[in-house]
Design a protein around this ligand. Structure first.
Ligand SMILES: [Zn+2]
Length: 415
């Protein structure tokens, strides 16, 4: 039995196609992104209205995701001219919401719902006099079953579970590629997922991108490495995609860079920390961090049902084990270089189940530069002098890690 919301959504979409075909002739400055000028909510737990003020009409695509209950509103790329924390307080059926760039050309709003909903109505009000155009989404409370139908209906038909990309590698484990070692730097979060916010307002997604660029510059200056970033702007990248980028580039080292907040009575935690992958966490802080890092896709509304599941295979397990030992080796090298340069947390090498470190064939570590929940750390993170010192020490660690390979390559130059 099709749910009411599904039928309504279909009708609304059909109506939109007509409206937009009509509105197509109305031209705006070529290439100008639509602007979100304001946002508000009204209503209560039985019926909640969400309104976006816009400078022009856009075509939204609305879908639902369960576990936890979320509503996703996908838009063409728009400029959000509203305060960063505009969605921190929700209303009625919406606990809170966030927004940002989701992918190239695609912006997204993700609402955390207080329970299952139906999309009762969605419509667009054209601008009138000095009133901006308005996108209106009406939600009503619903049963878990009807929400489930909505989720299924909004999942694209073309997306089928494909085989894991983890088995694509043709590089044999332990085999050393000729040429420069490939390093992938992974600035955490981005776009709709801001990561942590510092006591003084520093955004993790911005600070880790700045730092990754500086680190890339330092590594490039050595002339020894080929260095890539998983993102070079304020775009969201799903966790699995980050892993894939390292894999596709046949990276020899993957460094995820973060500056998170610490929860649960750990507010005095500070200092740089190096994490590696482990099924069992080294301690509560590491477990908490992995848990919150792994929520990145949930925050951005990625449909995890579409992801391939982990492949279990004896050869892969062997490769994984070897990769983990290299990861641990690099983590120790990094800790010993950082020790003399910056302040570290006590027990600076820790481990937990970070999804972004799951590549079976790329040695991977996650570095917390410091913790934005600590005001002293936040001050360091924005200091040019500290960043220089940190990036230099990290470059030394990379040099030490690859030194044996670079020495072998010098001894036997390829033709
Ligand atoms: Zn983070």
């Amino acid at each position: 039995m099709p749910s009411r919301c599904f039928r309504l959504a279909g009708a609304v979409l059909a109506a939109w196609v007509a409206v937009f075909a009509f509105a197509g002739g109305e031209s705006h400055a070529e290439g100008a992104k639509p602007v979100v000028l304001g946002a508000r909510m009204a209503g209560d737990e039985s019926r909640t209205r969400f309104v976006l003020d816009m400078d022009q009409q856009v075509t939204p695509v609305i879908k639902g995701l369960a576990n936890p209950y979320r509503l996703i509103i996908d838009l063409p790329e728009v400029a959000f001219s509203i305060p960063h924390d505009a969605g921190s307080k929700g209303r009625g059926l919406v606990a809170d919401w966030r927004f940002g760039l989701f992918a190239d050309g695609k912006s997204r709003i993700v609402m955390d719902l207080t329970g299952p909903v139906d999309v009762d109505k969605t419509f667009f009000l054209p601008p009138v006099d000095d009133q901006p155009a308005r996108l209106v989404v009406d939600l009503v409370s619903a049963t878990p079953e009807s929400f489930e139908t909505f989720v299924k209906a909004s999942r694209p038909k073309s997306s089928q579970k494909t085989g894991s990309s983890a088995v694509k590698s043709d590089r044999k484990s332990g085999q050393e590629a000729a040429g420069k070692p490939v390093i992938v730097l992974d600035p955490g979060h981005g776009g709709i997922d801001s990561g942590a916010t510092g006591v003084g307002g520093t955004l993790e997604k911005a600070i880790v991108l700045d730092f990754a660029r500086l680190f890339q510059k330092k590594l490039n200056e050595t002339g020894l490495y080929e260095v890539h970033l998983t993102r070079s702007d304020d775009t969201f990248v799903p966790l699995l995609r980050r892993v894939e980028i390292g894999h596709e580039l046949a990276a020899d080292l993957f460094v995820s860079i973060h500056a998170d907040s610490v929860r649960r009575g750990q507010k005095f935690a500070r200092g740089s920390t190096v994490y590696t992958l482990s099924d069992k966490a080294s301690d509560q802080l590491a477990a908490d961090l992995a848990e919150s890092e792994n929520l990145s896709d949930v925050i951005a509304g990625v449909d995890l049902e579409e992801e391939p599941s982990d492949v279990s295979d004896i050869l892969l397990d062997l490769a994984r084990r070897e990769t983990r030992s290299f990861s641990v080796y690099f983590a120790r090298t990094l800790v010993s270089e950082l020790q003399s340069a910056v302040r570290l947390i006590n027990n600076p090498h820790r481990y937990a189940g970070f999804r972004v470190l799951r590549a079976h064939d790329v040695p991977s570590v996650l570095l917390e530069l410091g913790y934005l929940s600590n005001e002293h750390d936040e001050k360091l993170l924005v200091s040019d002098e500290w960043r220089e010192r940190m990036a230099n020490a990290m470059t030394e660690a990379v040099n030490a890690f690859f030194q044996p390979r670079l020495a072998r390559q010098q001894a036997t130059p390829s033709q």
